[in-house]
Unconditional design. Structure first.
Length: 557
C-alpha cells in the first residue's frame, strides 16, 4: 500500500536554515528566541551573535561547503554556532557527545572537519577537552592557539575552546571572537544569498549496518520544509508558544524543532543536562506550552517525580512521545490536560516523516504516527515480492520526496544500497498503513537496535568486541528494556584457554564505545544456534528473554 498526503495548505516558499533566524529577527527582534537556565537571547540578539560567529569563521578561511563540527553541551553558544555556520553556506556537523574517543576521532577524519568548537565545561560526566585530546593524540604537543597540522585529522585547522582553560592546540574563544573585526556582515550575506536551497546544510553522523557511524548529508530544503510543515500543520506554533526540549542538540530532535519554532516566532527552552526535578521546575517557571520530551526515559522520569501531579501541566497543550502503544496509553492517562502525539522518522529522511494530528483519537495517537507530510511519498512494500502491501499488511517502509538525504558522506556504495534509481529510500523499518494512510511502525528488518532513541548497529558492537584478544566469536542482539525500550546483549565465545568475566567485557566496551552502545547483558557460550550457515540471533533473543523473565518472577516484589 502507498500513500501521498495532501493538506489544504499549499507550500509557500523554500528557504535556507539561517533564513528562519533572519526573518524572525526582522519580524520581532525583541521577542525571546532561546532560553537556558544560564541565560536567554532575543531574536535580535541571537542574530547579532550568529553574524559574529560567521564573520570570525570567514576570517579563518571557512566558506561555503566547509565542514564545521560542534562538540558541546546544550547551551546558548550551540544555537549561535548553528546559525553562524549556516550563514556562510558551510556545513553544520553536530557531534554526538556520547561518542567514545575512538568514534570521535573517526568522525573528525572521515567528516573532513576544518574547525571544531568545544567547551571546557564538564557536563553529565563528559569532559569534552579530554575526549578530544584522547581522540587526537598529537594535540598535546602543541601550544594553545597553534595552527593545527595533525596526521590523524589532515583537514582540521583549528579547535576553538569556549571557557576559562588554556589547552594545547586549542584556540581560546576570545581569540576567535576577535577575528570578526576582519570581516563584514555584507561579506557574510553574500555567501548566504549564494547558497542553494538544495546544497548540504547539515552532516549528521548516525549508526547503521557498518562498523562506524555514517555521515548523512542533509540539504537546506530537506531540513526546512520538513520542520516548517510540521510546525505549521501539527504543532501550530505561534509567538505565544514556549517549547521545552531537553534532548541533546547534536540530534535532529532539537535542530528540527528550532526551525519550526523560529518560523512561528515561538521560544525555545532547553537545559545543558536533563534532571527530572529541574525539568519540572523549568516547565513551570518558563510557562512551557509544549514538551518535546519524546522518549519514555525522560517523560516517565518527569511523571514519576514526587513533585509531579496531573494539574501541574494544565498549561501544557502538547507533548511528543515515541514508545510502544501500551506505554503511550499509560503516559497519556497520567497527563489529562495535555494531548500526546507521536511521530515516525529517521535521519536519512529529514529526521521526521509524520506526526499525529492533535485531533486524532487517543487510540490513533497510541497506535499510529500520523499521515506523511504533504510532498512526501511513503509506501509499505511486501518483503517477498517488493510490491505495495495491502492495508494493515506488514512490509518495508520506503520513502521518496524532498525530505530524502543527499547520500552518505564518502560512501557511494552504501548510498546505492539504500537509495534506488527511482529516488526511493529503503528504510529497513517494518510497518503497515491503515486504510486512512496512517503509519504503524512495527520494527526493523536490519540488524539494528533502538536504545533510548539512539540507532545502534549490532555489527558496530560486534566489530569492536572482536578486537579483544580473548574473543573468538560474538553476536549482539537487542532485548526489551522498560527504561530504554531496547538494549544490547552480547553473546561471546572465547578463544581456547581464555577466561573473561562479564565485568571485564563491559569495561572493555566502556573504553571504546559510546555509553548507550555498551551491552547491558553479557553471556558466554560454547555452542551456537545455527541455520545452515548463520547464527540464529532470534534464538539468542528468545533464550535471554526467557532467562530475564524467570529472574523477574523469582525476585521478591
Amino acid at each position: 500500500m502507498s500513500t501521498t498526503s495532501t493538506t489544504s495548505r499549499r507550500w509557500q516558499e523554500v528557504v535556507r536554515f539561517a533564513d528562519l533566524l533572519l526573518r524572525a529577527a526582522e519580524r520581532d527582534p525583541d521577542h525571546e528566541a532561546v532560553v537556558f537556565p544560564a541565560g536567554r537571547l532575543t531574536y535580535g540578539e541571537l542574530e547579532q551573535r550568529a553574524f559574529l560567529v560567521a564573520r570570525s569563521l570567514r576570517a579563518m578561511g571557512v566558506g561555503p561547503r566547509s565542514r564545521v563540527g560542534i562538540l558541546m553541551p546544550n547551551c546558548l553558544e550551540f544555537v549561535e554556532l548553528l546559525f553562524g555556520i549556516s550563514l556562510l553556506g558551510a556545513v553544520m556537523v553536530p557531534i554526538n557527545a556520547r561518542f567514545a574517543p575512538r568514534e570521535l576521532g573517526y568522525v573528525v577524519e572521515n567528516g573532513d572537519l576544518e574547525v571544531i568548537f568545544t567547551s571546557d565545561e564538564v557536563v553529565a560526566h563528559v569532559d569534552y577537552v579530554a575526549r578530544l585530546q584522547e581522540a587526537l593524540p598529537t594535540l598535546g604537543g602543541l601550544a594553545p592557539g597553534a595552527v593545527l597540522d595533525l596526521p590523524e585529522a589532515p583537514d582540521l585547522r583549528a579547535i576553538v575552546l569556549f571557557g576559562e582553560r588554556e589547552v594545547p592546540g586549542m584556540m581560546p574563544g576570545s581569540e576567535f571572537v576577535a577575528l570578526a573585526e576582519q570581516e563584514s556582515e555584507d561579506a557574510v550575506l553574500r555567501d548566504h544569498r549564494q547558497t542553494p536551497v538544495r546544497s548540504v546544510a547539515l552532516m549528521m553522523y548516525t549508526s547503521g549496518t557498518t562498523a562506524m557511524p555514517k555521515g548523512c548529508l542533509m540539504s537546506h530544503e530537506a531540513l526546512v520544509r520538513t520542520a516548517v510543515v510540521a510546525g505549521r500543520t501539527k504543532f501550530r506554533f505561534t509567538p505565544a508558544d514556549r517549547f521545552w526540549d531537553p534532548l541533546p542538540m547534536f540530534h535532529m530532535s532539537t535542530i528540527l524543532p528550532i526551525i519550526g519554532l523560529f518560523d512561528g516566532g515561538a521560544t525555545f527552552l532547553s537545559m545543558p543536562h536533563f534532571e527530572a526535578g529541574r525539568g519540572l521546575q523549568m516547565l513551570d517557571d518558563e510557562h512551557a506550552t509544549i514538551s518535546f520530551a519524546t522518549f519514555p526515559a525522560i517523560t516517565q522520569a518527569l511523571l514519576n517525580h514526587p513533585d509531579y501531579h496531573p494539574d501541574r501541566w494544565r498549561g501544557l497543550r502538547l507533548i511528543n512521545n515515541v514508545a510502544p502503544p501500551d506505554t503511550l496509553r499509560e503516559m497519556q492517562a497520567r497527563m489529562p490536560h495535555t494531548v500526546q502525539i507521536s511521530s515516525y522518522g529517521l535521519t536519512e529522511c529529514g529526521g521526521v516523516v509524520s506526526f499525529n494530528d492533535p485531533e486524532d483519537t487517543p487510540e490513533e495517537r497510541a497506535t499510529t504516527s500520523g499521515i506523511p507530510f504533504d510532498g512526501i511519498e511513503l509506501e509499505v512494500r511486501d518483503l517477498v515480492t517488493g510490491e505495495p502491501a495491502a492495508a494493515e499488511a506488514p512490509g518495508e517502509i520506503v520513502v521518496r520526496g524532498y525530505c530524502v538525504f543527499e547520500g552518505y558522506h564518502k560512501d557511494p556504495e552504501r548510498t546505492a544500497e539504500v537509495l534506488d534509481a527511482d529516488g526511493w529510500f529503503h528504510t529497513g523499518d517494518i510497518g503497515a498503513l491503515t486504510p486512512e494512510g496512517r503509519i504503524r511502525y512495527l520494527g526493523r528488518t536490519k540488524d539494528m537496535l533502538k536504545v533510548g532513541g539512539e540507532n545502534v548497529a549490532a555489527i558496530e558492537i560486534e566489530s569492536y568486541l572482536a578486537t579483544h584478544p580473548a574473543v573468538s566469536i560474538v553476536a549482539v542482539v537487542g532485548v526489551p528494556d522498560p527504561k530504554y525500550m531496547e538494549v544490547a546483549a552480547a553473546f561471546i565465545e572465547l578463544r581456547p584457554g581464555q577466561q573473561l568475566t562479564e565485568e571485564e567485557i563491559l569495561e572493555y566496551c566502556r573504553r571504546g564505545l559510546a555509553r548507550f552502545k555498551v551491552p547491558r547483558h553479557v553471556r558466554f557460550v560454547a555452542e551456537w544456534p545455527m541455520s545452515a550457515t548463520k547464527i540464529q540471533k532470534f534464538r539468542l533473543q528468545e533464550q535471554l528473554a526467557r532467562e530475564l523473565a524467570q529472574a523477574r518472577e523469582a525476585s521478591p516484589a
